[in-house]
Design a protein around this ligand. Structure first.
Ligand SMILES: [Zn+2]
Length: 260
């Protein structure tokens, strides 16, 4: 058995022992999954996906690695400062897990770039510290019916994640629109603990995997918040006036899977 397959089996066996649903590694091998944001959340999310058996990734980030990132973006060495996060994450994953089919897109997700950036992807984990990016990815999921995505965020000592599919409410049902960037703190300003992004990024990826397996977890259509006090789940009802309430989206057929 190839070493990467043995590593996946070991991870999956651990998940089984602690009572987590286990996606089929074989089914995941061919599923193209995007990670938007290759920083503190994106690194553990990518690690979790590849450990589960994902072999086809699209890594989207326009940023370069800075010294202040290294304590929480633990796959990046000091020598990578100044280099592309997406490229370095691809390099680190392949060094650890062997050959993977990875596409790097060095760009920031906007309303104009989201479709070409995520073209061909069946699912996405949104891991940036940019609130507007989560709405853009959410809208892409709704527009490209049948896609599944998890939006993750962390700051300070806490974080949250929310998994969206055609069968759930969406990010706009909860927040309606992005907050004013002027009043929003980012990790670079407010700081975030390394273990927090490690936990939140991993759980967000796990939630996406559970949804893809057809055995959705507690974050499917709900906001799960992680803080020093513990976990808090808030179910989100589909808003009648939201973009996701459109009957053709809600009740229509799934979009076909991207070609292999
Ligand atoms: Zn909605």
């Amino acid at each position: 058995m190839p070493v990467q397959r043995r590593r996946t089996c070991a991870a999956v066996a651990t998940w089984r022992r602690v009572g987590l649903n286990v996606p089929s590694a074989l089914a995941l091998e061919q599923l193209p999954i995007a990670i938007v944001g290759c920083g503190g959340l994106g690194v553990p999310a990518a690690w979790t996906l590849v450990l589960a058996g994902c072999r086809r990734l699209t890594l989207v980030d326009d940023d370069c690695i800075e010294l202040s990132n290294l304590h929480r973006q633990v796959l990046y060495p000091h020598a990578a400062i100044g280099l592309s996060k997406a490229q370095q994450l691809a390099t680190a994953l392949q060094a650890r897990f062997g050959p993977l089919d990875i596409h790097c897109r060095q760009l920031r997700v906007t309303a104009e770039t989201v479709s070409p950036a995520l073209n061909g992807c069946a699912a996405v984990v949104e891991c940036t510290d940019d609130a507007a990016s989560k709405f853009i990815v959410n809208d892409w999921l709704v527009a490209d019916r049948g896609r599944t995505g998890t939006m993750a965020a962390a700051i300070g000592r806490g974080g949250q994640w929310f998994t969206v599919s055609r069968h759930t409410s969406c990010y706009r049902c909860l927040f309606q629109q992005p907050p004013d960037p002027q009043i929003l703190a980012t990790c670079s300003v407010a700081g975030v603990l390394g273990p927090v992004v490690g936990a939140v990024g991993s759980w967000a990826a796990r939630s996406l995997l559970a949804a893809l397996q057809g055995q959705p977890d507690a974050a499917h259509g709900a906001l799960v918040r992680f803080s020093p006090r513990g976990l808090l789940r808030t179910a989100v009802v589909r808003a009648a006036d939201c973009i996701c309430a459109d009957a053709s989206y809600r009740d229509g057929p799934d979009a076909p899977n991207p070609p292999h």
